[in-house]
Ligand binder design. Structure first.
Ligand code: IPE
Ligand code: IPE
Ligand code: MG
Length: 278
């Protein structure tokens, strides 16, 4: 059964319909999946158990985003700074990633998910690189959710890379400095195929970006929740989205300039969604 067929009989259908009907869902959701280690430690378990448990939340976020018709979901799975962690934990995370891809690829593909990555992926173990390449190639033509895994990713690393390429293009005469625009900078980044994130979610209560999508996050709405990533399931994403659709995104303007799209117009629907989530 595909995810959309499943939805027909599920209790989530009503909530998803209400959220969609607001016409204000984000096109691009990016998530900093944090707190796996603390989740495990709170239970007297090993940190790696938290990572394992977090995979179930990944499945849930991917499926819900796809059902809602969100176009882009970007998951911060391993930062370039995470290489500094103890080797056994790094090894475990790499193994988990490989297992996830091998296990989930058929279902992702059947549901039209297109897999991509951002980050310094040539630093990943060869076996992981191979599975990733297979998954990316197999799903390249899919037209559903674009699922981007940020792996060995650091935004400054990506910006630095982009600046180097820009400099080379200038030296080669392909480009002149005065012609550079913001759109051009975006097009040199690894994230060039996706729109900027509308919503960035971070779990575990930490109020920081940790080197994630620094350029792209210029006008993203931030949603930070205290719960740990392994608990971010079920209603949690709906809560984040309800919070998001209620916000007024002004992009520098004032409320009066925004017209009929202002948040207040759909307030009663949102109250109903929040009620349904209780
Ligand atoms: C997020 O959870 C997963 C990764 C960074 C790979 P953490 O492992 O950072 O968990 P905490 O923040 O230590 O609890
Ligand atoms: C950010 O989490 C990276 C990922 C979620 C993959 P960290 O747990 O590594 O972030 P810091 O170091 O606490 O900021
Ligand atoms: Mg952390």
């Amino acid at each position: 059964m595909t995810w959309s067929e499943e939805l027909v009989s599920s209790e989530n259908r009503q909530i998803q319909k209400m959220l969609r009907d607001t016409g204000r869902l984000p096109r691009h959701i990016a998530i900093i999946m944090d707190g796996n280690g603390r989740w495990a430690q709170e239970r007297g378990r090993m940190r790696i158990d938290g990572h394992k448990e977090g995979m179930e939340s990944v499945r849930s976020a991917v499926k819900t985003s796809s059902q809602l018709g969100v176009s882009y979901l970007t998951l911060y799975a391993f930062s370039i700074e995470n290489w500094k962690r103890p080797l056994p934990e790094v090894r475990f995370l790499m193994g988990l990633l490989e297992t996830y891809l091998r296990k989930e690829i058929d279902e992702l593909h059947a549901n039209g998910v297109r897999i991509r990555t951002i980050g310094k992926t040539n630093a990943l173990p060869k076996s992981v690189q191979r599975v990733l390449k297979g998954a990316i190639e197999r799903t390249a033509e899919n037209e559903g959710l674009t699922l981007t895994l940020a792996l060995s990713y650091g935004s400054r690393w990506d910006i630095l890379r982009a600046v180097q390429v820009v400099a080379m293009d200038i030296r080669r005469g392909k480009l002149s400095p005065e012609d550079l625009t913001e759109e051009m900078i975006s097009s040199y980044l690894q994230t060039s195929y996706m729109p900027d994130p509308d919503l960035i979610i971070r779990t575990s209560g930490e109020v920081r970006l940790s080197n994630f999508l620094l350029w792209e996050a210029a006008y993203a709405e931030l949603y930070i929740t205290d719960g740990f990533w392994p608990d971010f399931r079920g209603a949690e994403l709906y809560r984040a989205l309800t919070d998001f659709v209620m916000r007024e995104r002004r992009f520098g303007k004032i409320s009066a300039q925004l017209g009929s799209e202002s948040a207040a117009s759909s307030m009663s629907t949102l109250e109903r969604i929040l009620h349904a989530l209780k």
